[in-house]
Ligand binder design. Sequence first.
Ligand code: URA
Length: 260
Amino acid sequence: MPARRPRRNDALSAALGYFRDLGVRELHLAAPPAVAGPTSARPGARPETRDAVPSTRPASAKGPAVPALPDLDTLRATVAACQLCGLCRTRTQTVFADGTGRSRIMFVGEAPGADEDATGVPFVGRAGQLLTKMIGAMGLDRADVYIANVLKCRPPGNRNPEPAEIAACRPYLETQIEVVKPAVLVAMGKFAAQFLLETEEPITRLRGKWGMRRGIAVMPTFHPSFLLRQPERKKEAWEDLQQVLRKLGLPVPGRKESGS
Ligand code: URA
């Protein structure tokens, strides 16, 4: 008999169980926003549907229970109502991610800035415009990749994320990675690289060298905000992105990202 497609309530209780197993004790849920339909296949995209993966266990299954993953819509709604740290009091809205979740490349940044806090979309300000150009230089479109941040809320005045905020937000990015299952994670800047590689090494030592996070290749590179301040370092960032293209067997365009 074909497996029954899980209903939203099943997905929600699976999500709640998942967060309970991760140690999250309090979640404030709101209705999920409407989502766009699937996009056509593109170079960075995965062919199969990936944004609804609640797992069910047959009654006969043996061994320890594996918590079911929430789907991205449920997770987005959970994040939208999150009050796990003080940033919920100063944010305009949460900034969950940009992308369908069917991408082989996932870019991870630090935290939303003022433009992202105003729009709810990551990387739309000046740094975001540079990131969009960098993705374009890779021969890709923003729609081909998945973009998320370590923090889902803007730290006031764009200050650095605090360790307690990163710890509170950790399960959200971890779950996004588990659901999207990208082939490559691009860690932009110190906070993303240190989070993904679980290290305290400075970004200057990490960048350009492949790392691994739970079976997923991680390429640390400079944050676009840093590249805006130090445009002479764009050459190194472009070398890092070329490595990503090569790893995925994608064509490497024979030009440099100028950003100007
Ligand atoms: N910087 C980030 O790290 N993330 C954003 O979404 C915007 C700027």
